[in-house]
Design a protein around this ligand. Structure first.
Ligand SMILES: Cc1cc2nc3c(=O)[nH]c(=O)nc-3n(C[C@H](O)[C@H](O)[C@H](O)COP(=O)(O)OP(=O)(O)OC[C@H]3O[C@@H](n4cnc5c(N)ncnc54)[C@H](O)[C@@H]3O)c2cc1C
Length: 416
């Protein structure tokens, strides 16, 4: 029999952003209904998502405060160094010798203890978030269930699911991903374009230890990242022109291993791909508005960016932390948490930051994904300058760690 579920907050989408949002709001004492179209067991499965995520240290603070980090720590590999090399395949790192055009970010230049971030497999992130959800009595997870429609009224939003259950809430959070139907139904426009690039993702075992070094090689077809994982494995995020990517993905095991070895060089010894290859078509989109009456967009529903800087999910984590602060403050002074006066504060906080980072990563991809000589010279001069100036290096490290600007309380340095 169909049920009417009364709750303060209804989160649509139980991916990395929606799941974490449910944890954050429940932590602040809100009642939350979390809906996802997929079975939670599928979301945890190794076969669901081959990606790893680079988690910044400011995001990791939020994970710690929500109790998610304890279940993650054993599966998180610290990034101690980031080495960026502008190289055509042949003049990159060979026998540990760095090409002239490289830039190194070393965590010991900051406080000497905190890594630059952590690499975590998405399946472990999902598992840890789902474990916290299961243990929190403030969260009701409804999955698998698909949202069919939402009607916004004066005091409440009514969301209908395919099970015919109805959720009545003061606020709906759209965490339904890059093709967000909630966003479309609210008539929120987006800027978007495709990159004609595909992200090939694979896990690779190698002969020599990675020592916590993340590499990013800028090749003419796009960035090629080697990210350190636990058990001396690395995650490969290989951005390739879409037509060429198809051909690489179709190679047999030996051919694929050889192509990877050619790009890795020999600094990790022999490399051996493990498990399936994954591919993600790359596109950009950015919502014109992040809010509408009784609706707030977070994660990829708000914007999806090029993975060149490993910041997409970290932006989503900041959305969650900022929205939690704004809504808690509204509730504590007795305001309607779905009212535009409350939600606009979230929009002011998050949209500008998103525009800057989204366009910045887009420009970075365009600047580096080509072999045009004058541009190559300009970027090599830029990298050389950053490499020589310590305060500039620290500035970039703090940005990569998302430890800059007006940080929401769940991400701030001091404990809340
Ligand atoms: C190759 C690649 C590498 C990346 N690397 C990094 C990185 O290193 N660091 C980083 O910070 N970010 C990275 N990102 C970005 C990151 O993966 C995404 O930003 C993040 O996964 C988005 O999560 P989300 O929860 O917003 O969306 P999604 O994962 O798309 O989740 C949306 C959820 O909504 C559900 N849903 C949709 N419609 C409905 C409906 N009608 N009813 C019920 N449920 C619904 C879906 O089932 C799904 O579970 C990378 C991205 C790519 C492509």
């Amino acid at each position: 029999m169909a049920e009417i579920i009364e709750t303060e907050i209804c989160v649509i989408g139980g991916g990395l952003a929606g799941g974490l949002a449910a944890c954050a709001f429940a932590h602040r004492g809100f009642s939350v209904a979390l809906v996802d179209a997929q079975d939670p067991e599928t979301l945890k499965d190794a076969g669901f998502d081959g990606r790893t995520t680079a988690i910044s240290y400011a995001s990791a603070r939020l994970f710690q405060r929500l109790g998610v980090w304890d279940a993650l720590e054993a599966d998180a590999e610290a990034i101690r160094d980031i080495l960026i090399t502008d190289g055509r395949a042949k003049n990159r790192l060979q026998n540990g010798v760095i090409s002239n055009f490289s830039l190194q970010f070393d965590s010991s230049e900051l406080d000497g203890e905190t890594p630059l971030g952590w690499i975590i497999e998405n399946r472990h992130l999902r598992r840890a978030i789902l474990d916290v959800i299961k243990q929190n009595p403030n969260i009701r997870m409804i999955a698998p269930a698909k949202r069919l429609s939402t009607v916004y009224q004066a005091g409440t939003a009514q969301t209908i699911l395919d099970s015919e259950d109805e959720i009545h809430s003061a606020l709906v959070i759209a965490a339904d991903g890059r093709f967000s139907a909630l966003r479309g139904e609210a008539n929120i426009k987006i800027n978007n374009w495709r990159y004609n690039q595909t992200g090939i993702v694979a896990t690779v075992a190698h002969e020599r230890p990675h020592q916590g070094v993340a590499h990013e090689f800028f090749l003419p077809s796009g960035p090629f990242a080697i990210l350190p994982m636990t058990n001396d494995r690395s995650s490969l995020v290989w951005t390739e022109r879409s037509d060429a990517a198809k051909a690489y993905l179709a190679l047999d095991e030996n051919g694929f291993a050889q192509e990877i070895q050619n790009r890795f060089g020999d600094h990790l010894g022999k490399v051996m791909p493990e498990g399936p290859r994954w591919s993600y078509p790359l596109a950009f989109h950015l919502a014109h508005e992040f809010v509408a009456p009784r609706l707030a967009l977070i994660g990829d529903a708000a914007r999806a960016i090029h993975p060149i800087a490993g910041q997409g999910y970290n932006l989503g984590v900041k959305d969650i932390a900022a929205l939690t602060d704004v809504i808690t403050e509204g509730r504590d002074v007795g305001l309607d948490i779905g009212a535009m006066t409350v939600l606009e504060k979230y929009q002011r906080w998050r949209r500008f930051d998103s525009v800057t980072l989204a366009l910045g990563t887009d420009a970075l991809n365009r600047l580096f994904s080509n072999d045009f000589a004058p541009l190559r010279a300009a970027r090599d001069i830029g990298m050389g300058a950053v490499g020589r100036i310590a305060p500039l290096r620290k500035f970039f490290m703090r940005h990569a760690g998302a430890d800059v600007g007006n940080l929401p309380s769940l991400m701030a340095r001091e404990t809340v």
